[in-house]
Design a protein. Sequence first.
Lengths: 291, 370
Amino acid sequence: MASNVLVAALPALPAGGVRARRVLIGIAIAFIALFLVLPLSVIFAQAFSLGAGAYAAALADPDVRAALLLTLGIAVIAVPLNTAFGLAASWCLARFRFRGRGAIVALIELPLSVSPVVAGLLLVSLFGRSALLGGFLESHGIRVIFAVPGMILATLFVTFPFVARELIPLAEAQGSEEEQAAITLGASGWQTFLRMSLPKLRWGLLYGVLLCNARAVGEFGAVSVVSGAVPGQTNTLPLEIQTLYDGYRVQAAFAAASLLAGLAIVTLVLKAALEWRHRDELRATRRAHIP
Amino acid sequence: MSTRIEITGLYKALAGQVVLDGIDLTVPPGELTALLGPSGSGKTTLLRMIAGLDRPDRGAVLFDGEDALARPARERGVGFVFQHYALFRHMTVARNIGFGLAVRKVPQARIEEKVAALLRLVQLEFLGGRYPAQLSGGQRQRVALARALAIEPRVLLLDEPFGALDAVVRRDLRRWLRRLHREMHITTVFVTHDQEEAFELADRVVVVNGGRIRQSGTPMQLYREPADSFVYRFLGEANEVPCRIENGFVIADAGFPLGRASVRTGNGTAYLRPHQLMVRPEETGAWRITEVVASGPTSRIGLARGGLSLEASLATGQVLALGLEAKMTVEVEITGGMVVADTAATPAPLLPASRLARPHLADRRVELEG
């Protein structure tokens, strides 16, 4: 709302300003078309280059199906865990001031600045067969590296910051006065969290979960190091796409890629639909936030 | 149903800083009490402790004789209105007001009934479906109040309730709250740094400074018999005049008499409110007007005599009628004030000396009696 007031208060642009504005908008649109819309259409064009039948056949391939299921399975485990972590971290960091708080905030961001490949190697060095921890687990029949547990760990590591990063500044900006008010009105700690803190954060939470999910589904580097890339067993969708592409099955690779692209588009549409449905509430409650 | 609040020996230190230094206070049932003090005086901390949002290091808070500190905030039955209202921004006005009932698992129909009644009470019948961000400051304030009242609190606490509002809204809300309190009769404590607000609203005003209660009483008592110079100065603008007292006569260090006081002798300070100085033009007068600043219905007059500067306030109409303007020579009559002698613990009222209009006479009398 504040931004509307600001826009209204701006003086009218002179004629030269109008031209500059058109040029800038034109550049932005051209850029989006070139780097976002074009590649996305190319994916679908390539996927259907041999006709709808070939497309369906590529998706019916058991390896592609297994990869899709594995990808979704890993996301189903990693996203809720990191969501719970992000909520706990933002709750704690926004409310309490303690020694080492700054260090925790910085550490949460670490996975973003570390190359995913390094993250994968780190896991190998910890859980590999020759490593202490890995050897111990192996002797108890638990295989981490070159197996699904390692891939889940890698995904957890890489997607660790997304929800927390979205929520911490939001929780900090909102403060805890509303929670205090809820308590004086008779709410228990749990009621305060469910009815106050969670709803206050829910849009940030939604964006965080979407980002986290997108990364979990699309992660390549870290997962590729620990997966061993066995088609039908430890290949996620991104790894399967590479396997197909390396095997000169370009159309099949693009068909699989279209699944990932489709997932992204569905997510975007869902988000837009949610925002549209709750537009009144969003307009009323949003602050400068919302990416 | 009104609750008596008794507070004894409340003490709190934060990071080595004493915030509350032994507060003793009783708020009689149904009374409207103001905690008045400058920022950092500890008044808000005191309020939060009554609510259970902060804990004291020592001391007791009793509601009708039972230990309130033993109960957590959520069980104290306290309605708290936060300075910035702390409305739940993701909830409509109606759900804000009904929140305290909803968490108590009151049936939905009963909640709706009660919310409707409260919306009527705070005169916001048609805004139940709005979100807090869509309301004006005054409306938010009233929603916060309705929300606090919904749980039928034993005690109503308000932290700077009008601080964030503009002057006109503030005045209207103040009167409205005063009426509301008269009707509901809930024991109410509010915090303010604005003496005018405290005086207009409260049955009793408690002046707090440095974590201690400096004085408490009715607005009239405080105004007429301030316990010390802090209270006096905090309750309104005051001219401070260094003076000496000789046999009951108060003489400014600048060399002329101010009036009489029941103090015998010694050095001290006289405090004169601007409205206690009567100004009239007099060609042979001892005072000079340094400036006249008209600010609405009252005007400030700067006065000087023998190196002493004072400020008087007069009705603007009177200033015009008397034709007062800068550089004019005038006579000043001091109609009242307060004297604090260095030797005395309590201040004494400054009484007008009837002959002050002819200062040399009073001067001579001082000489005679001295």
